[in-house]
Design a protein around this ligand. Structure first.
Ligand code: DGT
Ligand code: CA
Ligand code: CA
Length: 569
């Protein structure tokens, strides 16, 4: 456990004590201990292991020393847990509002009985805050101005939002002459489906210039912390970003370290140790001598490893691949030749068949399936058999007006709550491509969900299960699926699995996509486009496929049209 983590626990304790209006001396004691611990360079964890007397440190008496030992030995603090049970999490969230500290929160919680950001917002709108002693109209307005951002802060954001913010910052830093290299690290570089915060690295002869530039960036709201070479800022979106400026000779080591994941790095450090080396964010060292660090390739090479693509750095299979000399060549966006899930004005899309085909063609795609909704999705103007047949006739007309791209007559057919298909076999049998999906009743018990999936998988006209779990990243859990059973059945019946590339879905996710691949199930990465710009999300689907370790061969829509056609039932 790092000193900062121990310090953070004491800080949390102090916050909660203050909110519950405990003795101010106790509050101060915890704050002071937190400061001492976070700013001490020796590791408290090591000192506890060595039996060092902690009371030598300023502000740490016998009782606090005992608590430090408790935290290190158990990973938790018993009194903190008790306080957390007393104070709702929504109250603690209020601390994220700029200008609002524990004293104000104490008033909101104890005097006004407010227990969430929503309740606080309503109270501010009703003018209740300005009426309290020690508060004024100005404070109330400032809370109203900042509360939405506070509600966003602390949440993980989608990889799409993360990438666009981080890449904008990197691009801006690179405009400085003094900045020689800059790049995104952390979970965003690993293309995790959501990111807790952003991590950016730069090399520069002038760290202050880089930090000034970041502070002035249009996306940045405020500077939370600034040191000689590192800075933490809060962006206007509420998201926080860490910038670290490192010397050129450490850039690769810093990239390796701050790309993570933590789990991956634990293994890296152990491998280094086994070789008698030490690896940290500054480089790879044999005794005092730096033997690598300028590039990531060198860092991995010094440990006898090939460079590992960031998407794989989760301590799943990457070290097996590396030691076997079998690092997969991961699928790339340029490998994708078809898109098998998209909508038109026939249901809830914004573009015509021809407009979608034209846009797909411009992006280099060679085949697409138009898959509008079936009738159950009445909100989206879903098609019944008669309208679907008319729509398919239009697709066949469109084929004559565009060359160089195949257009499949498809359908996104709902698997109904009662485990029947929304359209009957007769019309499904006329389709070139059937995507079976669940939109409703995702809360049903596992047994019924599995019955529905089995209906679709066993239907001879179904080609693929679309967004199989129905989850929404960070917002909604998917249906209760027995994944192994579903994938086994799909493998047995020759049904493919979709990676829905929309950053809100990414379904199947990386782990389940790998499981599907292990069973030999062809995976299709589709955009589910609802307009001509919808194809932009392809990159996010490809990223999750890469995280699953998928190669070009594992992804069916990397095949040429001639090859793909043979996969159709
Ligand atoms: P996130 O922000 O929750 O989406 O995930 P990450 O992976 O970006 O995590 P973050 O921002 O806390 O740290 C970025 C990277 O820095 C992380 O992947 C590995 C490295 N790192 C941070 N803290 C530690 C640590 O305590 N130990 C080790 N070994 N590495 C760390
Ligand atoms: Ca991060
Ligand atoms: Ca970070």
């Amino acid at each position: 456990m790092k000193n900062e983590q121990i310090g953070a626990i004491f800080d949390q304790l102090a916050d909660l004590l203050e909110i519950t209006e405990a003795n101010p001396f106790r509050v101060r004691a915890y704050r002071s201990a937190s400061r001492t611990i976070s700013t001490t360079s020796e590791s408290f964890e090591s000192m506890v292991k060595d039996g060092t007397d902690l009371t030598q440190f300023q502000g740490i008496g016998k009782d606090l020393a005992r608590q430090v030992v408790e935290i290190i030995e158990t990973g938790v603090h018993s009194q903190l847990a008790e306080l957390q049970a007393q104070v709702p999490a929504g109250v603690v969230d209020m601390l994220r509002i700029p200008g609002v500290g524990p004293k104000k929160v104490a008033v909101f919680f104890n005097k006004l009985n407010l227990t969430s950001l929503d309740e606080l917002k309503a109270a501010a709108q009703a003018g209740q805050l300005a009426a309290m002693k020690g508060f004024g109209k100005k404070t109330e307005q400032s809370i109203l101005d900042n509360i939405d951002m506070a509600a966003e802060a602390g949440k993980r954001i989608s990889i799409a939002a993360a990438r666009s913010a981080a890449e904008a910052v990197v691009e801006d830093l690179l405009k400085l002459d003094s900045v020689t290299q800059a790049a995104v690290a952390g979970s965003c570089r690993r293309r995790k489906e959501s990111c807790g915060d952003l991590d950016v690295l730069a090399t520069s002869s002038d760290p202050d210039a880089a930090m000034d530039r970041l502070a002035a960036h249009e996306l940045v709201d405020s500077v939370l912390m600034r040191g000689g070479t590192k800075q933490r800022v809060r962006m206007k979106s509420g998201l926080e970003l860490d910038l670290r400026v490192v010397p050129d000779e450490s850039y690769g080591a810093a990239m390796q370290y701050f790309t993570g994941s933590k789990e991956h790095n634990v293994v890296v450090r152990q491998m280094a140790k086994d070789l008698g080396l030490k690896v940290n964010e500054y480089g790879v060292f044999r005794d005092e001598e730096q033997i690598a660090g300028a590039t990531e390739e060198d860092v991995y090479a010094a440990l006898g490893l090939p460079w590992i693509p960031p998407e794989l750095r989760e301590n799943r299979l990457e070290f097996d691949y590396a030691t076997a000399g079998e690092m997969p060549r991961l699928v790339e966006i340029g490998d994708i030749k078809g898109d098998l899930h998209m909508h038109t004005t026939a249901s809830d899309g914004a573009a015509s068949i021809l407009e979608m085909a034209e846009a797909a063609k411009q992006r280099g795609l060679k085949y697409i399936a138009i898959t509008d909704h079936s009738k159950r999705v009445s909100m989206a103007n879903g098609l019944d058999a008669a309208r679907l047949r008319t729509h398919w006739a239009e697709i066949k007309e469109a084929r004559k007006q565009i060359s160089g791209i195949e257009i499949l007559c498809g359908i996104e057919c709902d698997i109904l709550e009662d485990a029947t298909m929304d359209l009957d076999d007769e019309v499904l049998s006329e389709a070139d491509w059937v995507v079976a999906v669940m939109h409703y009743g995702l809360q049903q018990p596992r047994e019924q969900i599995m019955k529905r999936l089995m209906t679709a998988i066993k239907n001879p006209h179904v080609n693929i299960i679309g967004h199989p779990t129905g989850r929404m990243v960070g917002k909604r859990e998917g249906a209760d699926i027995d994944m192994t059973e579903m994938l086994k059945a799909a493998a047995d019946h020759g049904v493919m699995m979709e990676i829905n590339a929309h950053y809100k879905r990414l379904d199947l996710d990386d782990v389940n996509a790998a499981a599907a691949r292990d069973l030999g199930i062809p995976i299709v990465i589709s955009t589910d486009s609802h307009n001509v710009n919808g194809f932009d999300v392809l990159t996010y689907g490809v990223d999750q496929a890469r995280r699953a370790g998928l190669t070009k061969d594992d992804v069916a829509n990397t095949k040429t049209w001639a090859q793909f056609k043979k996969l159709l039932r």
